[in-house]
Design a protein around this ligand. Structure first.
Ligand code: OOB
Length: 556
């Protein structure tokens, strides 16, 4: 198929993303899942409804900046006009690599208004990932902070522009140096709007792609996930409803804003949709977050399990004021039940497990679920139109309650990755289900329990050892704070089982002691670890999940 080539490089075509089949699209519209305008226009509606309410709180905790819905809306229009003045417009991919600061939100919405496609990189990404994402997306612009956490992003931008010629603009939040300042662009846009010389924005199709999210997979290079205006708006609005979010809520963005969880589950987009206030935390550390929670009277936030553990531990020592917090969402990786049970007594908030994926499907425990259900399951699908199957190796449905791979399709789950025809052929079934690679079982009440990843199984001389299962047993040991079970090469048995642990302060563990403990719990001999490695900390992915690929690399 031919591709229109403009002076902005090739425009995206249906070659690049896999649209929903017509019959499904008609159904999702008829059933009300897909409705309303494109995301950039929705902000206009929210501003009309909640104009003087505080939309966004950002800036350093010592000198907070507050924007009302009306101010945010106007700032977005100014920036959109400035970007249009640079020649950016519909279909252009813009690599957005900003931490949790106000410019993340204004730039995201300005691009949405123009119909340009933000590519949402995470702050922890570095040259290898950024160059890959720039190349794969054909980005024409790269947006960065001047510096963040001691790292000068302008130097990285120099490397990226040298390596990827499509990147013609570097947009900087803060001191721009030789590059283009976002503040300057907004000022130029405001002036053009005041004199009526700003170009009229093109109409944006709400059925088309709105954003490109980054896949969270810990194997291979990140892939791009095309989410449409309609599907993503539903994702956020239905999540907000499920969490009973209202204009009285204050949502804290503790995880990186570019991740699907704090962005749209319900996150920033869901909070804006109901007129709530969004507070941006520059760091998810307990010190920063507790200060913001107390000062801004935060009611809801979202964390990955490793951070939830850190907060619960720190709160035990510091006794922060978290009385305003009503809901702590935890997702992204398996949350152990014992930690989940400590959330309410220590932080005073209900815990909600969220088993989601940037590709779409979201599972939530419900606010009225029994506390044990919320602590021991990963919830059930958000939408009635979410279809799930739990299948065996041959793609046949397993018996009810048995473990199998989760397949899904629905009104907000993609039908293919962006520019990945070859990979799509195996990642999706012929009838459009996404093969998640997650092993689950359906428990009572339809709640899913995540039992591991298909590939996270160690072949120990022909016996399959589930890393997740062994990790759960190890975590019950009082001396173990964190654990990752990985395969180690073994000449005799092919793969042996290595437990990598972080111990609780002041305790020591030995392989012999652990084996005896696990035998006592009734574990089979083949499940026992062959090797024990004690480390100070486990490597984490850009959003804070345990990074086994990096761990295996380090262990050699
Ligand atoms: C979220 O999204 P991604 O794209 O970074 O990662 C998705 C994968 C899932 O396929 C699953 O393997 C794992 O992360 N995962 C969980 C989980 N939530 C995600 N594994 C066990 N328990 C959970 N609760 O991680 C994400 C997206 C939206 C909301 C929440 C998380």
């Amino acid at each position: 198929m031919s591709r229109a080539v403009t002076d902005q490089g090739p425009a995206p075509t249906v070659d690049d993303w896999v649209p929903f089949p017509d019959a499904f699209a008609r159904r999702y519209v008829a059933e009300g899942y897909w409705q309303g305008g494109p995301l950039g226009e929705r902000l206009r509606e929210w501003a009309a409804r909640h104009g003087s309410a505080t939309a966004l709180v950002g800036g350093p905790p010592a000198a907070p900046v507050r924007l009302s819905y009306a101010e945010l809306d106007q700032g977005v229009d100014d920036l959109a006009a400035g970007l249009a003045g640079l020649g950016l417009g519909a279909g252009d991919r813009v690599l957005l690599h900003l931490p949790n600061r106000i410019e993340f939100v204004t730039l995201l919405f300005a691009l949405l208004r123009l119909g340009a496609l933000p590519v949402l990189a995470l702050p922890a990404h570095r040259r290898v990932e950024i160059e890959h994402l720039a190349r794969l997306s054909g980005a024409v612009a790269y947006a960065i902070p001047d510096t963040f956490e001691g790292f000068d992003h302008r130097r990285l931008a120099g490397e990226v522009t040298a390596a990827v010629p499509s990147v013609r603009h570097v947009l900087v939040a803060g001191e721009a140096g030789a590059y283009t300042s976002l503040a300057g662009l907004a000022a130029a846009g405001a002036a053009a709007r005041a004199t009526g010389t700003a170009p009229a924005p093109a109409a944006v199709d709400p059925a088309g792609v709105a954003v490109l999210l980054i896949s969270g997979g810990t194997t291979g290079k990140p892939k791009l996930i095309p989410r449409t205006h309609w599907d993503y708006a539903h994702n956020a609005a239905a999540s907000a409803e499920l969490c009973a979010l209202t204009g009285d809520d204050v949502y804290l963005v503790a995880l990186p804003a570019a991740h699907n969880f704090p962005l749209a589950c319900p996150g920033i987009l869901g909070a804006f949709g109901v007129g709530a206030t969004v507070v941006l935390a520059p760091s998810p550390s307990p010190e920063t977050a507790f200060e913001l929670i107390a000062r801004e009277r935060v009611t809801v936030t979202a964390l990955v399990p490793a951070l939830a553990r850190l907060w619960v531990t720190a709160a035990g020592w510091e006794g922060p004021d978290t009385t305003s917090l009503r809901l702590l969402q935890v997702g992204g990786a398996r949350l152990d039940a014992e930690l989940a049970r400590r959330v309410r007594p220590v932080l005073g908030a209900a815990v909600q497990q969220v088993f989601g994926m940037a590709e779409g499907l979201l599972n939530y425990t419900r606010l009225d679920d029994d506390a044990e259900v919320a602590c021991t399951t990963q919830g059930r699908p958000l939408a009635a139109a979410d279809e799930i199957r739990v299948v065996d190796r041959d793609g046949a449905d397993v018996a009810p309650g048995a473990i199998g791979e989760l397949w899904t399709r629905g009104p907000y789950t993609i039908r293919g990755y962006y520019r990945a025809a070859e990979h799509n052929a195996t990642a999706f079934t012929a009838d459009g289900y996404y093969r998640t690679g997650d092993l689950v079982r359906v428990a009572e009440g339809g709640n899913l329990v995540v039992e591991g990843r298909i590939k996270d199984v160690i072949n120990r001389g022909g016996e399959n050892v589930s890393a997740t299962e062994l990790e759960e047993h190890l975590l019950t040991h009082p001396g173990i704070a964190q654990v990752a079970v990985v395969a180690a090469g073994d000449e005799q048995i092919g793969e042996s089982v290595r437990a990598v642990v972080v111990t609780e302060p002041g305790t020591t563990v030995t392989l012999k002691g652990l084996k005896a403990y696990l035998r006592e719990r009734g574990l089979a001999r083949f499940m026992l670890p062959d090797l024990l490695t004690v480390v100070d900390a486990l490597p984490l992915t850009a959003v804070g999940k345990i990074d086994k690929r990096e761990l295996r690399r380090r262990l050699g």
